[in-house]
Ligand binder design. Structure first.
Ligand code: ZN
Length: 182
């Protein structure tokens, strides 16, 4: 059965509610799933999120193998490689939903907000976060703004637009486990 974007969003919201309550879906069928998925994948959502070790989408959305097409980098920034991965997922795998997930206490957003000299290639990440950042906002509000700004960049992608894929910004709270939707 093909899942549409409203259904995909509900699956993520329900999964996050299970994660927050600790009432997780069973995880004892990996062998069966591996076999079933070896012939192909139909992930119902694409998730772009930070590489932060505390922000693991399959865990915080309580999903299974094959459910999520995950793209991660420090600061959940959108660049050409990320857009290429998203285009692949929506066009070839048929994912109807893209989520750009920021999170609280994000190191990449914090470093960008603090300004100053950044070493090596971190400067390239900060360059993509800086346009979202306002000096009037706290780190977490800037992370929210940045996630929404990255979601807008994904929405403007011609393939995403053409396929009428839904793109939503979201924000994960490290302490509570709750995902806020924008
Ligand atoms: Zn982060």
């Amino acid at each position: 059965m093909k899942i549409n974007s409203p259904q995909a969003l509900i699956l993520l919201k329900e999964g996050n509610a299970r994660f927050v309550s600790g009432n997780l879906a069973p995880k004892d069928h990996y062998a069966e799933d591996r076999l079933k998925l070896s012939s192909g994948q139909h992930p119902f959502a694409v998730v772009l999120c930070c590489s932060d070790s505390r922000v693991a989408p399959e865990i915080l959305f309580d999903q299974q193998l094959g459910d999520l097409f995950v793209i991660r980098n420090a600061g959940n920034v959108v660049d050409d490689d990320v857009l290429g991965s998203i285009e692949y997922a929506v066009e070839h795998l048929g994912s109807p939903l893209v989520v750009v997930l920021g999170h609280s206490s994000c190191g990449a957003v914090t470093a960008t907000c603090q300004g100053g000299e950044l070493p090596g290639h971190i400067v390239d990440i900060a360059k993509r976060i800086r346009p979202s950042v306002s000096s009037n906002c706290c780190i977490d509000d800037n992370a929210r703004r940045h996630a929404e700004h990255m979601a807008q960049l994904v929405r403007e992608n011609p393939i995403v637009e053409h396929l009428k894929v839904t793109v939503v910004g979201a924000f994960y709270n490290l302490a509570s486990g709750v995902v806020e939707w924008m």
